[in-house]
Design a binder for this molecule. Structure first.
Ligand SMILES: Nc1ncnc2c1ncn2[C@@H]1O[C@H](COP(=O)(O)OP(=O)(O)OP(=O)(O)O)[C@@H](O)[C@H]1O
Length: 233
């Protein structure tokens, strides 16, 4: 087990969105979090990465309690995060964006950049281009590459398929599978895209009203009624 939450609560001010939420992410596991709009998936990612405070419960990463750790400390410790909407720096070049990923994790390792560019030939061709002028699919690749530049041990991805055409979604799926195999990473993936879940996930957590209400293999998604109940599609 590399990352876990036990009885986690948290949210915005006095509004608790997460309600006694518990899960465990195993080593080299791709664990998908599914659930309808507004059940708290992004809130969970933000609490796990220290961008929102928890109000109760415990988060453990690599056998240590993360209580009190700020986002930069969690990034340095090895929690990589690609937020919803990608949030790359529009006015920085692709290369500068990648360097911010390295610095956020506390280092400057030219080999890390080279390793990442080997996975993303499209970005290598565009190192000098402004982030904001990339296509949506290229921006998602940049966000993923930037997180990988920090050599994380766990990657938290919030809806990487959002607003992206199907062939790039397939590419992102291949990259996730490759990253897990080659870098021995674990991935917590918030996703609504059935194809991406089916091709990458080892296990699914189903979230409703701030809690995990079910858990099982991706074959859960073969049940249309289940999909209609728990996915926002
Ligand atoms: N900054 C905020 N202040 C107050 N409430 C918020 C804030 N951001 C989100 N919420 C509320 O928290 C709840 C959970 O939102 P969250 O974004 O975590 O859901 P989600 O499952 O990620 O949804 P989606 O699938 O639409 O991205 C929602 O009711 C939302 O309105």
């Amino acid at each position: 087990m590399i990352l876990s939450a036990q009885d986690l609560t948290g949210g915005y001010g006095t509004i608790n969105v997460l309600s006694d939420l518990s899960f465990e992410l195993g080593e080299e596991e791709v664990l998908t979090v599914i659930g309808r709009n507004g059940v708290g998936k992004t809130t969970l990612m933000r609490v796990l990465t220290g961008h929102l405070p928890k109000t109760g419960g415990t988060i453990r990463f690599l056998d240590g309690d993360t209580a009190g750790m700020k986002p930069y400390a969690l990034a340095r410790a090895g929690i990589g995060y690609v937020p919803q909407g990608r949030q790359i720096f529009a006015k920085l070049t692709v290369e500068e964006n990648l360097l911010t990923g390295m610095r956020a994790a506390g280092g400057h390792d030219p080999d890390a950049m080279e390793d990442v560019l080997e996975m993303f030939p499209r970005l290598r061709e565009r190192l000098g281009q402004m982030g904001g002028t990339l296509s949506g699919g290229e921006q998602q690749q940049l966000a993923l590459a930037r997180a990988l530049c920090g050599k994380p041990k766990v990657l938290l991805l919030d809806e990487p398929s959002e607003g992206i055409q199907p062939n790039i979604v397939d590419l992102i799926g291949d990259l996730i599978t490759r990253i897990v195999k080659e870098r021995r990473l674990s991935v917590l993936l918030v996703e609504q895209n059935l194809n991406l879940i089916r091709t990458t996930a080892h296990r699914c957590l189903v979230m409703d009203k701030g809690k995990i209400v079910a858990e099982g293999p991706p074959t859960l998604l073969d049940d249309e009624e289940f999909v209609a109940r728990h996915l926002a599609i």
